[in-house]
Design a binder for this molecule. Structure first.
Ligand code: ADP
Ligand code: ZN
Length: 630
């Protein structure tokens, strides 16, 4: 979409060569060199003879060398002869009226030589630097600090995106919000007549990969207008003043091409809060931001320029950007829900050849929490797998495998894992699965595998819900924590010792328990008190505590208690079910991958303990990709 004219790249040696040449030239011109002329050697007696004949015009004495000019045969020529111990010479020259001088032996004056050897190259280097800089600035199209006059280089190339809303699956709310903009671009008159002011800009907010760029392209495509695209980070360049110049240029060009869409990706790169602290010299970014604000205020929106910007950290944006008349509309672009995921899978599956009976809903169910970009990737990985296995069409199992590839990395089939370790991993995974199955309110086990993945997971247990859930009850969360601790519990129970394989489980369990206490009001100790604030909704959702140190200690205690109880619960479930634990683990060890059905079959046959009723309507919303790191 966006093309840039790259500055012509000449190797630096080129410029050094120029410097060298110039120095040589100056040496050649400035330092007079006698050697350039023809010099004839003469004897001292010739010299005396020529003096007496009146032929000698000028004499120069330097060290022990006499250089003199004389007229021979009507031609001025230069001669040289050696100095003799001649006390009468001076008197003779003087009396003959010849101009003579003694040269103090020195190649050049120290000042000149200093100039030549030090100052000149420096001056040249600076001059060339300036020249280069100017060239860069010009090529980048800015009327930057260094460039004088107006640049006419085209930096931004408007493109027709060819995308429409049909390419964007799901995201109905976002699409509805953007349809108005499309309409406005179609018929600006309609809005002008009634006096309605349309937003100059809309901010697309959401997790990476949710289709923000795609939506912006679709708006341009639907309205059939040019699309200018640039990333916020591209504004902040290495030369001071460039960012502001680029913004100016972008808006100038956009206005020429109006109606059009300008899309600024990662606007947080320039739009961060100006905090007023001068540390770190954020000047460049602030200048760029100020320029952006000025331009947004300056342009006449009735011409039909609409600025769309995308960010995944809206909370870090400067308030000035969000004021009316700027990005006053915020369009959330959320991670897709079940129906959205299914729709996205279908949109992308159109591009590949698939067998007729693919169950997209099953794939969508197994991919809760994934973004549109990941889903697109799953389809592509599935197609790659089909090719690899020599099939002409993508089948269900290709997509199933692709889910794991995308979420957990590629299989490391040739990883060497000792039988002893494999056994530990088998018990660990069955521990998770068994505890999940023996508790009510937890998602059914979909698949268990001990084939290691490139992500570092040595095995994992995948749980897939039958439905999408938006709410989780306290019991469900507690059960989930118990399930997470069950891998480690199985290791303890069977091997009497623990391994590093539970690191990821521990992390997830702790995070869940902490969220229960600090944000969900699910602890007896604190009740409904918000003890932490979310720093970033869209990037990992990290939180920071908003409480006193004493409270923080109490939170830690509460979290520890939750996990300890969950761990004990998991341990007791496994103790009561040791026979099944052994049976399932050795089955998994032998097969390496087992499905949820196989698992349930073994679990239910001649069962000693009654399994929980299996209606599992409400359960954990996401599958557990269980990383077992060494
Ligand atoms: P963002 O800008 O939010 O990071 P992108 O727009 O770059 O995400 O999305 C990356 C890719 O993911 C798109 O090119 C598209 O193939 C796919 N994708 C994301 N969301 C959707 C969606 N809702 N429908 C169809 N494809 C999508
Ligand atoms: Zn685990």
């Amino acid at each position: 979409m966006k093309t840039e004219i790259t500055p012509p790249k000449k190797p630096f040696i080129f410029y050094y060569l120029i410097v060298l040449l110039v120095i040589l030239l100056i040496n050649f011109l400035l330092i007079p060199q006698i050697s350039q002329q023809q010099i004839t050697q003469a004897s001292y007696s010739d010299f005396l003879n020529m003096i007496s004949s009146g032929a000698v015009k000028q004499v120069q004495i330097e060290n022990n060398l006499i250089t003199f000019s004389a007229e021979v045969g009507g031609q001025a020529r230069i001669f040289q002869t050696g100095m003799m111990d001649d006390p009468n010479l001076i008197a003779l020259l003087y009396n003959s009226g010849i101009e003579f001088t003694r040269v103090i032996p020195q190649e050049a004056s120290p000042f000149i030589s200093f100039l030549l050897s030090w100052i000149l190259p420096l001056v040249l280097a600076v001059a060339i630097g300036q020249l280069l800089m100017r060239q860069f600035t010009k090529n980048m199209g800015g009327a930057g600090a260094m460039s004088f006059g107006k640049s006419n280089a085209k930096v931004y190339v408007a493109a027709q995106t060819g995308k429409t809303f049909a390419d964007v699956a799901g995201e109905d709310e976002a699409k509805a919000a953007l349809k108005e903009i499309v309409d406005f671009l179609h018929e600006p008159e309609k809005y002008k007549q009634i006096g309605a002011k349309l937003p100059k800009g809309a901010l697309l907010v959401g997790t990476p990969g949710t289709g923000k760029t795609l939506l912006a392209q679709a708006v341009a495509g639907e309205a059939n207008v040019p699309f200018f695209s640039i990333s916020g980070s591209e504004f902040v360049e290495m030369f001071v003043g460039m960012g502001a110049a680029r913004v100016r240029d972008l808006f100038k060009q956009a206005q020429e091409k109006a109606p059009c869409i300008v899309f600024i990706d990662e606007i947080d790169a320039i739009g961060k809060k100006r905090d007023g602290t001068m540390i770190g010299g954020n000047d460049e970014r602030e200048q760029t931001l100020n320029q952006l604000l000025t331009e947004m205020d300056g342009f006449d929106s009735s011409k039909g320029v609409v600025i769309l910007a995308a960010t995944n950290r809206p909370e870090s944006l400067d308030q000035a950007l969000l004021r009316p008349g700027r990005f006053d509309r915020r369009v959330p672009v959320e991670l897709p829900d079940l129906a959205g995921r299914e729709a996205i899978l279908r949109v992308h599956a159109k591009d590949v050849r698939t067998s007729e009976n693919i169950d997209y809903r099953a794939i969508a169910l197994a991919t809760s929490g994934t973004s549109g970009a990941e889903l697109a990737n799953i389809i592509n990985e599935g197609a790659l797998l089909a090719v690899k296995e020599g099939r002409a069409k993508v089948e269900q199992r290709d997509l199933e495998e692709a889910i794991e590839t995308v979420l957990a990395g590629y299989q490391r089939k040739n990883a060497v894992i000792s039988p002893e370790e494999k056994k530990v991993v088998s018990y660990h995974e069955i521990g998770h699965a068994l505890v999940a199955a023996r508790q009510s309110h937890s998602a059914p086990v979909h698949k268990i595998t001990i084939i290691p993945r490139t992500s570092g997971a040595l095995g994992y247990t995948m749980q897939v819900d039958e439905n999408e859930h938006y709410l989780m009850s306290r019991d469900e969360i507690l059960n989930k924590i118990a399930t997470l601790t069950a891998g480690r519990a199985a290791e303890e129970l069977i091997f009497g010792q623990v391994t590093s394989g539970a690191a990821n489980d521990i992390e997830q369990a702790t995070k869940l328990a902490r969220t229960m206490v600090t944000r969900l009001g699910m602890s007896d100790e604190f009740g409904m008190i918000a003890l932490s604030t979310v720093n970033n909704m869209y990037l990992g959702g990290d939180t920071s505590l908003a409480c006193s140190e004493q409270t923080s200690t109490r939170i830690d205690n509460e979290v520890m208690l939750i996990i300890k109880n969950a761990h004990e619960k998991a341990l007791s479930i496994l103790k009561n079910d040791q026979a099944k634990l052994h049976e399932l683990a050795s089955y998994l060890l032998e097969k390496e991958t087992i499905t949820g059905e196989e698992f349930m079959d073994i679990l239910q046959k001649e069962s000693t303990a009654l399994p929980e009723p299996e209606e599992e309507t409400s359960a954990t919303p996401s599958d557990t990709v269980d990383e077992v790191n060494i």
